[in-house]
Design a protein around this ligand. Structure first.
Ligand code: BGC
Length: 722
């Protein structure tokens, strides 16, 4: 449709029809028309009436439902404006790949793009038009259960992975039925919820916001994301969905965003709960004034916008502009010509969980696993005959993590299945040992577990956190291993020291006690559909671990907040991990550094960082610096290594981080092979947010290092000239 045709369509719409375009309902409410929809004050709304004007729907499962929803609506809408269909396709539609936090640990933007492309193919075939993804909140606190939805504590990784996801998902032409639109979220700083309690208040300086929180959203919008979702939290006193500074000043005026803004689930209604609106009607006024186009599920726009416009409290122009943005998105997706977009049951059948997709999911699970510790137990010997698989996750099917689609566990390859596929001759004993629920102290299964461990040549101990304990609304104050798992680990390792621990969890866990007794720990996160195959291949060295932590693992929960890029302080400890040092910035009971730092991750091979060379000693603003890191595989297996480049700005007008990741590249090396990894550093990477909230660089000396956080190596210096 041309813009003129869209304009004519808009001009012919009633106020009720316009408000309908800005309203989103749950699919479940529409699949049967006699379903009752609840209005903003809990009053029933006749589904049939709303269906006539409704603009969009969220959360449905397949092409059949997508077509049914669209047909139902189009038959009722006199304007024949197709519905927009949206789903949270976060880490896969049917074929589930690892949780985003795990994907961050792959340090591989290309792998993220492959996974996103796979998810997009399946989602498009299911009839999805928009995914509520990527989620790029900077999250540094494992108490917050949603940390698993983000790739990293580091905005650079979130920016690059988020942008890769947006580009592959949206493609060059949204009308192409194989592509769908992206909604970046949760704008802004939702991950900074105070004390890690979900939905909690965020108080953060503009400087910190601009430096550590805003860049990733911006990167995804620059990559072309068509929609954005304001966050649930209040930010410096105003909930995001009504926060004019965030939405108008930054998003529209500064960044020039012209796409669609959609509230989070009921966030418009929650303006009343937050106490910044006296009632729903006022909530609608506030959200509209801040430029929120679509009201997700509350139906408050539907209920109140027409009368607010009639009363002159919301300008009709604001309503028209919002509706136009929605119509334009529908038009860009080609929905007026083809309202079903990619929805096709045959394609869906062919693609969902097909071997090619499972292969991508398996590879992603392998490449995002992080080998935290290995005293030589891994890889397991191929000639082991008797293996005990012990622990609450030994036979678990729910290894997909939050936001996997309902029923995803049906398709998960369990560990016993994966192991039997790879090692059919093996004698495998599977014992649960104990539960992993919070507060579950039952250790009744320990004797059986010990017995199994004693009778086996090697043990794989599967520990972690149940799938339902991380994700939205799942905050914890103590992020240690739940249940009697530590006791189980002690008993098993005493019975058989040839034990490797596999961890399945969605948030960083405190492993301080486990680390003391476990000879090997492999962090699998929630690996998704191919969990069992990936784990088996990693255990026997058919795949070589190559993940690096995209978030540090604490020694104790009390260390939070614990960013790897912490800033300089006065009275630093002489050695960050030395014992107690009087009147230094430290704790009496815990070292300062995490147990495992950001960027850490071992391999079955070894890599030598041979040298770091800079092509210049000084650059001017317009120059670039070529940094070469020479890396050699000194072990006996091929392996991948994420080569990381860190910056330190020793003197600046504001306090700077002790280390800052500014680039990374993942390489693969054969045994003995050496490679030069080339990075280009420009003045842009030296910038920071000044006290006056300007993005600036300041002349002076800078340090570049490789290695990983808290364990930097091969440092060299250069000067940015005035
Ligand atoms: C979450 C969003 C999600 C939305 C729709 C909300 O509860 O915060 O991340 O996209 O629901 O499912």
């Amino acid at each position: 449709m041309t813009h003129e045709a869209l304009k004519a369509l808009l001009d012919g719409m009633t106020l009720e029809e316009k408000a309908g375009q800005l309203t989103q309902c749950n699919a479940g409410q529409f699949i049967s028309v006699d379903a009752e929809i609840t209005g903003p004050e809990g009053q029933p709304l006749p589904a049939e009436e709303l269906n006539r004007v409704l603009g969009s729907v969220l959360t449905f499962e397949n092409a059949g439902q997508a077509r049914q929803l669209q047909d139902l609506h189009l038959a009722a809408d006199r304007n024949r404006i197709p519905l927009l269909l949206m789903v949270d396709v976060i880490h896969g539609m049917k074929t589930t790949y690892p949780i985003p936090l795990a994907m961050g640990c792959s340090f591989d933007d290309g792998l993220m793009a492959e996974c996103a492309a796979m998810a997009c193919r399946e989602a498009a075939a299911a009839g999805v038009h928009v995914t509520f993804n990527p989620m790029v909140d900077t999250a540094r606190d494992a108490r917050w259960g949603r940390i698993l939805e983000t790739c990293s504590e580091e905005p650079l990784i979130n920016s690059r992975m988020g942008a890769a996801l947006v580009r592959t998902t949206q493609g060059d032409d949204l009308a192409d039925p194989e592509h769908i639109a992206c909604c970046v979220k949760h704008y802004a700083a939702y991950g900074a919820a105070e004390a890690g309690r979900d939905y909690n208040t965020v108080e953060i300086s503009e400087r910190a916001l601009r430096e550590s929180y805003l860049p990733a959203y911006r990167a995804c919008l620059d990559a072309g994301a068509r929609l954005i979702m304001p966050s649930f939290n209040s930010l410096n006193g105003i909930p995001s969905v009504a926060n004019k500074w965030l939405m108008n000043t930054v998003l529209h005026d500064e960044w020039g965003f012209r796409g669609v803004v959609i509230s989070d689930y009921d966030a418009v209604g929650e303006l009343v709960t937050h106490g910044v609106a006296a009632d729903m009607k006022e909530a609608v006024c506030l959200a509209m004034a801040a430029g929120c186009d679509i009201d997700m599920v509350k139906c408050a726009y539907y209920q109140y916008l027409p009368e607010l416009v009639r009363e002159g409290r919301v300008p009709e122009k604001a309503l028209d502009d919002a509706v136009m943005r929605v119509l334009e998105l529908k038009n860009e997706l080609g929905l007026f010509e083809n309202p079903y977009h990619g929805a096709d049951e045959e394609t869906e059948k062919r693609l969902n969980l097909c071997p090619a997709h499972r292969e991508i999911a398996r590879r992603a699970a392998e490449e995002s696993a992080v080998l935290l510790k290995n005293d030589g137990v891994l890889p397991l010997k191929k000639d082991i005959r008797k293996l005990a698989l012990i622990g609450p996750f030994a036979e678990e099917k729910r290894l997909n993590g939050f936001w996997s689609r309902p029923g995803a566990e049906k398709y998960t390859v369990t560990l016993p299945e994966g192991i039997r596929d790879l090692m059919p001759e093996l004698e495998l004993t599977v014992v649960r040992g104990c539960g992993a629920e919070l507060g579950d102290t039952d250790a009744g299964g320990l004797a059986e577990a010990e017995e199994a461990a004693r009778n086996a040549e090697a043990v794989v101990l599967c520990l972690g956190e149940p799938e339902h304990d991380s994700g939205e609304g799942r905050s914890r104050t103590d992020v240690t291993l739940p249940g009697a798992q530590l006791a189980l680990a002690e008993a098993v390792m005493k019975a058989n020291p040839n034990t490797a621990v596999l961890l399945f969890n969605g948030r960083p866990l405190v492993l301080t006690e486990l680390e003391k007794i476990a000879p090997a720990i492999l962090e699998m996160w929630y690996p998704g559909t191919e969990a069992g195959h990936a784990a088996a291949r990693l255990l026997w060295g058919n795949a070589n671990p190559c993940g690096k932590l995209s978030v540090g693992l604490p020694r104790s929960t009390g260390q939070y907040p614990m960013p790897y890029n912490r800033t300089n302080t006065g009275r630093p400890k002489p050695q960050p991990d030395s014992g107690v040092f009087p009147f230094s910035s430290s704790y009496l009971d815990t070292p300062n550094l995490p147990l495992y730092s950001f960027g850490h991750g071992l391999s079955y091979t070894t890599f030598e960082y041979v040298k770091l060379t800079l092509d210049k000693k000084a650059i001017r603003k317009e120059d670039s610096l070529t940094v070469t890191v020479t890396v050699r595989n000194t072990g006996s297996m091929p392996g991948k290594e994420a080569v990381q480049l860190y910056l330190r700005d020793p003197v600046a007008s504001v306090v700077r981080p002790v280390q800052q990741l500014i680039d990374y590249q993942k390489i693969r090396l054969e045994p003995g092979e050496k490679q030069d990894v080339v990075f280009t550093v420009t003045e842009k990477q030296l910038r920071f947010i000044s006290f006056d909230c300007e993005e600036v660089s300041e002349p002076g000396v800078f340090e570049l290092s490789t290695g990983h956080a808290d364990h930097l190596k091969l440092t060299d210096r250069f000067t940015l000239e005035a």
